[in-house]
Design a protein around this ligand. Structure first.
Ligand code: HEC
Length: 423
């Protein structure tokens, strides 16, 4: 056979194989979407479009290709060189190649018989049926425009004995006007928001010291709170819950009635989950500064374990890093976010809890970009201090830690850092 004919027949054979085995939606793409995308891209969740069916996903093939090649999706910002996280949704190279090849091939459907079974998503609650649901005591009217101060609703639990919470989920009512929700425990005897009337929200933007643990919260991209077996948050008898909601206006008035649900531990846990928030309020980011450093730290005073992180900054947040400095003097980077994105307040949950010997210092380093090159910067000509609103700044290294269930949390970190969270 002449050489060029041999070559042509090889090409033909290759085309035949490729045609036999093209990347199709049902066989190749849907499993990736189910595993990594549908958690957000389905009706009622935060993704702006659904990827449940071929019909839904087909128009987005090219955009998906772009989003996964640039690693814009799924959202995840941890430097892969430091730490391993259970909830890392990043696609494997194979997953990326599959979505790209599918888009390049014209997004073929393939045979529906090849499709995996649909994922059984619950409508509404993702934690299972809650043992107890709390709702905002009344509807909140969000105006069409202007700035709305943080709203705080105090809700009595009515608990007559100590309760251990294993799972918790916020169901936001009007997602397009809710920036974030946090649910705090107010223990009996706490003076926090004592003047508040049950049912009436208290609005303030000034910073106040918050009562104690955050049981759960909601911000785009965060799953509900589902603790591993044996761990729980303690809500003492007679506690109230404080729901903090940050509403943002978008040109259309709305009426919101967000709710949240709790599932209790069926048997006493061995570990108590607490939140610790090394933060720094004493900074002023100079006007125009492209890389302004702010540090915070806490020293751990009883041996404990570190479970997860949520770095928190606003629009000028540029990068964030957590380090452990052990009593031996050794230091280790625990989490590095090289390019912070304030749109995503993600939880980074360690694959294996990290034991922290007594005396370990956790250090946080944040950089802020207050220059005109930061496209999110609302005003590069202003020096920026700490403040609640998104055009002011914050520097908080939220951490979820565990202590033995019988221990008191007050000795965990040195005062005044013992405060669970401020704002
Ligand atoms: C944690 C929730 C979440 C996950 C997981 C997620 N997305 Fe998204 N996605 C969003 C949200 C919210 C937006 C709209 C805001 C934005 O573009 O950042 C979006 C936007 C997009 C867009 C439009 C991008 C653009 O530039 O306009 C595409 C395409 C997309 N996602 C594809 C995917 C794919 C493919 C996956 C899985 C590999 C995925 N997403 C996983 C939440 C998610």
């Amino acid at each position: 056979m002449p050489k060029h004919l041999l070559f042509l027949s090889l090409v033909a054979a290759w085309i035949a194989v490729a045609a036999d085995n093209p990347v199709t939606f049902h066989k190749d793409v849907l499993p990736v979407l189910q595993a990594r995308c549908q958690g957000c891209h389905r009706p009622g969740e935060i993704g702006p479009m659904s990827f449940l069916t071929y019909k839904d996903a087909r128009p987005w093939a090219k955009a998906m290709r772009q989003a996964v090649l640039t690693r814009k999706m799924p959202p995840w910002f941890a430097d892969p060189r430091h730490g391993k996280f259970v909830n890392d949704p990043s696609l494997s190279q194979k997953g990326i190649d599959t979505l790209a090849a599918w888009a390049d091939a014209g997004a073929p459907e393939g045979n529906p018989k090849d499709a995996p079974k649909p994922v059984p998503f619950l409508n509404g609650w993702n934690i299972g049926v809650p043992d107890k649901v709390f709702e905002l005591p009344r509807e909140f009217q969000v105006p069409a425009s202007g700035t709305v101060e943080y709203q705080h609703f105090v809700v009595p639990t009515g608990f007559t004995e100590d309760m251990w919470v294993e799972r918790a989920e916020v169901r936001v009512d009007k997602r397009d006007v809710v920036h974030h929700v946090l649910v705090y425990i107010r223990e009996p005897g706490s003076n926090y928001l004592r003047e508040a009337k049950f049912g009436e929200p208290v609005a303030f933007t000034g910073s106040q010291v918050l009562p104690s643990e955050i049981v759960t919260g909601w911000a785009p991209g965060n799953p509900p709170t589902i603790l591993p077996p044996g761990q729980a948050f303690l809500v003492k008898a007679g506690s109230d819950l404080v729901i903090q909601i940050h509403y943002t206006t978008n040109g259309k008035a709305a009426v919101d009635r967000t709710k949240f649900g709790l599932i209790f531990a069926k048997k006493p846990p061995t570990e108590r989950v607490v939140t610790v928030a090394p933060h720094n309020r004493k900074f002023l980011i100079p006007a125009g500064a492209a890389s302004h450093r702010v540090d915070s730290s806490v020293t751990v005073r009883q041996s404990s374990s570190l479970m997860a992180f949520t770095p928190h900054m606003h629009m000028r947040g540029k990068s964030f890093e957590y380090r452990a400095v052990y009593p031996t003097g050794e230091s280790q980077v625990l989490l590095r976010i090289p390019k912070y994105d304030f749109n995503w307040q993600l939880v980074y949950a360690l694959e294996k809890p990290l034991r922290l010997p007594q005396g370990t210092r956790i250090e946080c380093t944040a950089y802020f970009d207050n220059s005109a090159n930061n496209k999110f910067n609302p005003d590069p000509n202003k020096a920026i201090p700490w403040g609640d609103q998104t055009w002011e700044e914050m520097m908080v290294g939220f951490m979820y830690m565990t202590i033995p269930a019988g221990n008191n949390r007050s000795g965990l970190v040195r005062e005044p850092e013992a405060i669970a969270a401020e704002e």
